[in-house]
Design a protein around this ligand. Structure first.
Ligand code: ATP
Ligand code: MG
Length: 183
């Protein structure tokens, strides 16, 4: 599975609709300080369901919406879409047949969030569900941010276990068991 492109509109500094393409397995985003490099990673986390404003470097969850600049007025909503190449079949189950999987999240000023899978409205839960076991979750190991390696080295065995279970593909089944037990 590979992230092919990310489409942003009204998200942080990306006020105008912008598509960032990732044409190969190794891509680098370069640019001067403050140009929006980290905002792209925030966007990926956000779409995958991040629910902590602090983890998105903000104070409230609506801080991801473009809040204006000298030249532009603030906007009313933010939207980010991630398009994945699933031709290797990483995503199984209901979405296995799709060579391309699109995940989108939208938020408005009144903090209403909407999620979409291949254009169809869904729950946040549906997105976390299909990506469980792939390593791509809002706090999973697909995104290695500053400090995460030393956190891992210093983490307690039970914290480390969460990462190992995700890598081994067990977390998906544990989550389903928890779900069944709670019904
Ligand atoms: P560095 O090289 O210093 O790490 P960077 O390229 O990673 O920089 P970012 O942190 O992605 O930069 O972008 C910071 C910019 O995004 C700042 O100019 C900030 O004002 C802008 N920004 C963040 N949130 C919003 C928002 N809600 N509305 C408008 N602009 C925003
Ligand atoms: Mg940065």
């Amino acid at each position: 599975m590979r992230l092919k492109c990310i489409k942003l509109a009204g998200f942080k500094s990306f006020v105008d609709p912008t598509t960032v393409q990732f044409p190969s397995n190794m891509c680098a985003v370069v640019g001067p300080n403050g140009c929006g490099k980290s905002n792209i990673i925030d966007a990926v986390r956000w779409v995958m369901g991040e629910s902590s404003a602090k983890n998105l470097r903000g104070e409230s969850m609506t801080d991801v919406i473009f809040n204006g600049s000298n030249a532009r007025k603030p906007v009313g909503q933010a939207s980010v879409e991630l398009v994945f190449d699933n031709s290797d079949g990483t995503i199984r189950g209901e979405y296995a047949a799709f060579a391309e999987i699109s995940v989108r999240r939208k938020v408005t000023r009144d903090a209403k969030n909407n999620y979409y899978l291949n254009g169809t409205k869904c729950r946040r839960r549906d997105i976390t569900d299909i990506f469980l076991g792939t390593g791509l979750g809002p706090r999973s190991y697909s995104i290695i941010s500053q400090g995460i390696i030393s956190n891992l080295i210093e983490s307690k065995p039970e914290e480390l276990r969460v990462f190992i279970e995700e890598a081994a593909g067990i977390s998906k089944y544990k989550e389903r068991r928890r779900d069944t037990e709670n019904r």
